[in-house]
Design a protein around this ligand. Structure first.
Ligand code: IPE
Ligand code: IPE
Ligand code: MG
Length: 252
């Protein structure tokens, strides 16, 4: 069966200008608190991760309605491999199930999926699944849904530095071409606007190696709500808090 192909956006300026409420272009979410949500209910931690996937589904749908062009979710950090093997394998399984189960729905909602993070150490079947999600939705023009999986900002910056060092070593780049723009182009987020707002659930107030370069001027909203309880109302409250912020970018 042939699939109707949506046109590639022909007007980069229009895409550049697209913004959601409060001028938001990109929101990053550190989805935290799944384990505590489960423990509070006397359940094994994996139940929290499963409930977290349901919360994610609701949030993505709300983003589609809001018209904010970019959403990045922190789904698994480079450091999360240090968790017990059973929990790691549950988290990998959940990502696979999420893509298999939700890809058609995301595609139907005109969502473009992009995955950032290190892929070399992931299993072949997982890598093919991530590639399939990106390829199938590459021409979509709605929400860009960025999944940070096996992602770590320090690792990402080191990889960018190494790539530029190699380019200089082989004569494809000069040292004075190493600029902020060049470094940003070598990050896995190349082409994605910097996040305006980063939300972290569960009351923790840290980045945990998420988008450190990109978040230089992001606003932060920390909410005590545990991720599986993060619903539309909680998201709207975070956006309202962002709406009251004054961003100065070092100016007056
Ligand atoms: C977030 O929930 C999910 C991941 C980090 C993968 P946690 O599993 O960190 O939950 P808490 O912080 O232990 O409650
Ligand atoms: C950050 O949460 C990573 C993700 C949400 C995927 P963690 O729960 O791993 O962070 P720390 O260990 O509390 O800093
Ligand atoms: Mg946590």
């Amino acid at each position: 069966m042939t699939q109707a192909v949506r046109p590639i956006p022909s007007d980069p300026a229009a895409e550049e200008a697209a913004r959601g409420p409060c001028g938001l272009r990109h929101v990053g979410i550190i989805m935290d608190g799944n384990g505590r949500w489960a423990v509070k209910r006397g359940l094994p931690r994996v139940f929290g991760h499963r409930a977290g996937v349901d919360a994610l589904r609701g949030v993505v749908r709300h983003f589609c309605d809001l018209g904010i062009p970019y959403l990045t979710i922190y789904s698994f950090s480079s450091e999360n491999w240090s968790r017990p093997a059973g929990e790691v394998s549950e988290l990998l399984g959940l990502l696979k199930r999420f893509i298999r189960h939700d890809l058609a729905d995301l595609h139907a909602r005109n969502v473009r999926v992009r995955v950032i993070g290190e892929r070399a150490s992931l299993s072949d079947d997982l890598v093919s699944l991530l590639e399939e999600a990106e390829a199938k939705t590459a021409r979509n023009t709605g929400l860009t849904f960025v999944v940070a999986f096996n992602y770590g900002a320090r690792q990402e910056i080191v990889a960018a530095a190494r790539a530029m060092a190699e380019a200089v070593y082989t004569g494809r780049m000069t040292p004075d071409e190493i600029t902020e723009e060049a470094l940003a182009r070598h990050l896995t987020t190349s082409g994605i606007p910097d996040p305006d707002l980063i939300i972290r659930t569960s009351g923790e107030q840290r980045l945990s190696n998420f988008l450190m370069w990109q978040a230089a001027y992001a606003e932060f909203v920390f909410t005590p709500v545990l991720w599986p309880d993060f619903d539309r109302a909680a998201l709207d409250a975070a956006l309202l808090e962002y709406g009251g912020r004054k961003r100065r970018f070092g100016g007056l």
